[in-house]
Design a protein around this ligand. Structure first.
Ligand SMILES: [Zn+2]
Length: 127
């Protein structure tokens, strides 16, 4: 993550429902730096550019898992999550990504849903 203070999240455009990008400052939350909920959205499809409050329902990469959602900020994180859930690991190395037990029960579901989302993004490119 280096020294960048700007976070980016692939988000659903509230105007045209295509993939847009949400930008915000990083803010401290406990021991982590996380994207601020107040930021800006920019859509290259419809030209929307405005300030807004980010809501988790806006994540482009999200998978419903029982009564919760698994989110990824971008395609890279989605790919890492696929790799993680394909492995037999029970937890990631850091405390910031300890998933609920329901996620481990639904590995196959998560992997297949994320794959569809990732493949829709990388089609035509060499990833
Ligand atoms: Zn748009």
């Amino acid at each position: 993550m280096a020294t960048s203070i700007t976070a980016q999240i692939d988000a659903i455009c509230p105007n045209c429902s295509q993939k847009a990008t949400y930008f915000s400052e990083q803010v401290r939350k406990g021991i982590m730096m996380v994207p601020d909920v107040l930021g800006n959205i920019r859509c290259t499809n419809c030209g929307l550019a405005k300030a807004l409050r980010f809501d988790p329902s806006m994540y482009w990469f999200k998978v419903p898992v029982e009564d919760r959602y698994l989110f990824a900020r971008d395609v890279d994180e989605a790919v890492r999550l696929i790799e993680f859930f394909q492995s037999e690991e029970k937890t990631t190395s850091g405390p910031e990504h300890d998933f609920p037990a329901s996620f481990y029960r639904n590995r196959a579901h998560i992997i297949s849903k994320l794959r569809v989302l990732v493949e829709s993004q990388v089609r035509g490119s060499n990833v």
